[in-house]
Design a protein around this ligand. Sequence first.
Ligand code: FAD
Ligand code: NAD
Length: 475
Amino acid sequence: MHVPLVVLGGGPGGYAAAFLAADLGMQVAIVDRDARLGGTCLLRGCIPSKALLHVGRVIAECREMEAWGIHLPKPTIDIDALRARKDKVISTLTGGLATLARRRNVTVINGAARFTNSPTLEIAAPEPGGSSQTLTFDHCVLASGSRPARIPAFDIGSPRVMDSTAALELADIPASLLVVGGGYIGLEMGTVYAELGSKVSVVELTDTLLPGADRDLVKPLQQRLEKLFESIMLRTKVVGLEDTGSAVKVRFEGPEGPSSREFSRVLVAVGRRPNSDGIGLENTSVKVSPKGFVEVDGQQRTADPHILAIGDVCGEPMLAHRASHQGKVAVETLHGEPALFAPRAIPAVVFTDPEIAWAGLTEQEATAAGRGVEISRYPWAASGRAQALGRTDGLTKILVDPESEQVLGVGIVGAGAGELIAEGVLAIEMGCTARDLMEAIHPHPTLGETVAFSAENYFGLATEIYRPRAESATH
Ligand code: FAD
Ligand code: NAD
């Protein structure tokens, strides 16, 4: 079979690319080894984790109602019903993708694909005993995604040691859970299990949770997690795991020396690796970096004229919205449009409680680059809406170029920060100044106002923050 365009991988990068190609009149096929479209994000990532985080948030809110004089009984959890509801969210969305593919005449092929040469893929039969097929193409958009990074010493063959996929399956609510890695997955899934009732501990190699995020944004989250989790061990290494038959015995090496403890389950969440190996790229001219990422230019072209690459397989940040945007750039390039992937802001959201979100330049990046920026912060304690919600543990900050007063970065920690950051993305992409943000009328009372108020505070003019006049020139 020959297709003008094949998309290898049906995740948020792959299906966004294939659907746009079809909308632009191209004949396109998607190949995925999974029988369902959706990729990591829909089947074992963003969506199931957010469904479970929603449940965790509702449990927390019920508990927090105590402070308002509302006394609710401790919830009982029907784990089978919870799992079924989470799976229904996935099947509804993946069913929707199948319908959208059908309506657009996108051919969906199920099977593991491998390049035998540059314009040819060999697709294995999905079932044992079936026959494989050969597909030739004019162009391929490689969107094979990523998989959990593994630490060989942790591969002890025990079902008690999980990766994110296993943790999302929700086999049970373990009495105790050790999360190895204080990054996105560790903290999101740690929050889920802690709210469901597990005693959660986190072990992180570096001296901070979420090493990629600004410290002032991490602080309110860490303070809350210190209450929710049983322990947070920083600068600590796991040096051995052993399944005792009823638990996992974990040996640590930390600032206080060696120690060991037993946990019902362990979740290993120490990053992800690109799926660039085992797919025959050596039979093409595609170049792969030492870290395994496929190398691409601004139009998502690889070194092979027949192959473009998008999403997790071609670099960081490994985020679904980056993958989809790159997918659209790749297809627009093939369609002859002057497309370029050159965003000023790729938003990042950690969906913990509170959420942490940032876009554009971060304070860490500005410091590392020695770049002079003005930073204006607005603490949520001054926000009427945050007080009304009982969620004053937030902070909104903007990073401003002191000469042009252009907004270069926005960082937010607080309830719903992931929704609020969209305004920051737009401000940065549109080249807004701090004055633009200040003068755009925001609805009251909302948490969104804190973005405008942080701009007011940049000029020393925030209504809810008093500054003696002598200081009003400083930010
Ligand atoms: P993927 O979604 O990984 O899709 C790749 C597809 O290629 C898969 O379907 C795979 O089966 C297929 N494939 C691979 N090799 C072959 C082959 N040889 N033959 C056939 N098919 C193949 N990102 C966010 O932006 N927000 C979030 O909230 C978020 N939460 C996450 C939570 C978890 C627990 C995890 C693990 C990830 C999360 N991510 C989140 C990251 C997000 O899932 C990825 O960035 C995104 O899925 C990348 O999209 P992609 O299209 O590049 O690849
Ligand atoms: P991560 O890179 O976010 O965090 C991994 C953490 O593990 C880091 O803090 C690192 O210092 C630590 N670590 C590494 N080796 C360790 C070891 N041996 N012992 C203890 N700690 C160790 O990776 P992740 O949490 O696995 O998530 C993978 C990727 O998936 C993310 O980087 C992100 O791109 C994506 N993701 C995004 C979201 C979201 O957008 N909300 C959610 C989940 C995952």
